[in-house]
Write a protein that binds this ligand. Sequence first.
Ligand SMILES: *Cc1c(COP(=O)(O)O)cnc(C)c1O
Length: 377
Amino acid sequence: METTVLKKIWLSPPHMGNNEEVYVKEAFDTNWIAPLGPNVQRFEQSIEEFVGNDVHAACLSSGTAAIHLGLQLLGVSAGDEVLCQSFTFAASANPIMYLGASPIFIDSEEDTWNISPILLEQAIKDGLAKGKKPKAIVAVHLYGMPYKVDEVHAIAQQYDIPVVEDSAEALGSSYKGFNCGSLGDIGILSFNGNKIITTSGGGAMLCKDRALKEKAVFLATQARDNAPHYQHSHIGHNYRMSNVLAGIGRGQMEVLQDRVDARRSNFEYYIEHLSGIPGITFAMEPKGSYSNRWLTCILTPSFEDRERIRKALENENIESRPLWKPMHAQPVFEDVISYVNGVSEALFEKGLCLPSGSSLMEEDLERVCNIIKKELR
Ligand SMILES: *Cc1c(COP(=O)(O)O)cnc(C)c1O
């Protein structure tokens, strides 16, 4: 008997375009193997052109570094409180801890699965009542779906609290015609290996104020004062992106819209083939929102169904993953104050991220759908 090994289908693998190696080779040929260099500038320019809305981009070593710097630039320091979406990846919240500040986690609303404006305002009012105004808000466009920007930002403005817009998963998404990453006081992007485009590791901080970008770059390059010797008046970081990796980023920007189109078409395929199954639901775009559909997620009828599907896929060499476990339910954040409404816990219980890479073939999608249909029959 012949045994055939089924082709592995990954959740969200890297997908290179045509010119990444050309730009990396340029870095080698010119010996720009240092951090900084022409690829970094060109990558920043192409991000600024794509995102538009007058943003300046500072390329950094990771999205996490971008959140850390962003919060620092907004003045978050030891003892402060920062309101953070609970339903997210831990990297949205960890930098709050790096600064010695305390996160307060805010649960989600059901339409976009992102930060609930109602709970957000509640938390702000409670903070003010105890004489402690939150220093910043971290809101996340999870899985590429824009959060309720108008509502969240109206509250932020009313109480004069700056917003870090975590667009790590949402490059190529937009809200009412404006690209995600350009909407908050500070926006952040990630180019980690699983994101819609990747530099293998990297991130960017976006802001409207050129001086703020320059300050970010200053802090990201060890906060060196302008002197011939090494002199420091501030504590810096080593957070700048390497010129080699920025070469990958330049190539990836050339195919970004293709990657968005491919992921959106994966979503369309899943909708067409799975939405007829009783109990399977998807998060749909509210009017005015455009999601890059970084990952297609389904909600199943129950935890048991979710696990059965996940294991059946795994048995056929297909990677899928439960939705993010909310931060307020993480052991490490056990003692953190949270505003909870049950939404993110239900999503975590019943939700599954399906293979969503931009290089998926129709036959791959068909394999995934057939297994899910079989398990739910
Ligand atoms: C990936 C991710 C980050 C962190 O980005 P890195 O580049 O991996 O440090 C932050 N927030 C969210 C929501 C993410 O998905």
